[in-house]
Write a protein that binds this ligand. Structure first.
Ligand code: 13P
Length: 255
């Protein structure tokens, strides 16, 4: 019932020229793929050019972050409206790198998520525990806190479109992905929390995607769980053949 979502988070990689080259190649390679929502999230500098390069294709574009104000004296920030006008339809919010390196908090994640929805962007809200939290058996509690605070005040009527990315911090960029059982447990828990907040109907429509060392070789196993609705891919999204292989593995017919 939920369309799988495969999103590539390029992080701080690719110049405008490199991004356009990638986008043109990707749209060609995945042009016949049906039943998968495909998104790339370039750096802000390449957002507009990539949106142009994938226009009228089955590839969507997302920003990696946003600020919640519409405009103003906020040096270095980019507003939801600017992102939308540049051609993006998605925005990643609260990535663990932003939380860990740039002071993002559950409260700022909440303001950004609400601003994204208000601007007509689909937020991809990232949650996930650190290794220490997992070892202390705090994973599910951390997810509850991040979901409750991050999605506070969002009416059920606006929640169905949002996506949550479960990205265990210890799996990001480490080559060590969650086992399918670990992902299944976390995703089922996230879905249950969404159900408590927004009701069964909305929770059944929200995508909960997995991120953390997703590769063509492991994506099939990770997606096998009923509550894993796609992937947020870092390193393996930077190269067209590997990103396309992940997209192909997510086709309903391939699962
Ligand atoms: P890697 O796929 O490089 O582990 O990164 C995951 C991630 O952070 C996606 O947002």
């Amino acid at each position: 019932m939920r369309r799988p979502l495969i999103a590539g988070n390029w992080k701080m990689f690719k110049t405008v020229r490199e991004a356009i080259g990638f986008a043109e190649e990707l749209r060609n390679v995945v042009k016949d793929v049906a039943g998968v929502e495909i998104v790339v999230a370039p750096p802000f500098t390449a957002l507009h050019a990539v949106a142009d390069a994938v226009r009228n294709s089955n590839v969507g574009v997302g920003a990696q972050d946003l600020y919640w104000e519409a405009e103003g004296a906020f040096t270095g920030e980019v507003s939801p409206g600017m992102i939308k006008e540049a051609g993006a339809d998605y925005a990643i919010v609260g990535h663990s790198e932003r939380r860990r390196l740039f002071g993002e908090t559950d409260a700022s994640v909440n303001r950004k998520t609400r601003a994204a929805i208000a601007a007509g962007l689909t937020p991809i809200v990232c949650v996930g525990e650190t290794l220490e939290e997992r070892e202390r058996a705090e994973t599910l509690g951390v997810l509850d806190r991040q979901i409750d605070a991050g999605l506070e005040g969002i009416p059920a009527g606006q929640a169905a479109g949002l996506a949550v990315a479960y990205e265990p911090v210890w799996a990001i960029g480490t080559g060590r992905h969650a086992t399918p059982a670990q992902a299944a447990e976390a995703h089922a828990h996230v879905r249950a929390r969404l159900r408590q907040r927004f009701g069964a109907d909305v929770a059944a429509r929200c995508r909960v995607i997995y991120g953390g060392s997703v590769k063509p070789e492991n994506v099939r196993d990770l997606l096998a769980s009923a509550d894993v609705d796609g992937a947020l891919v870092g390193g393996a999204s930077l190269d067209v053949p590997s990103f396309a292989a992940i997209v192909m593995a997510a086709r309903p017919a391939a699962l």
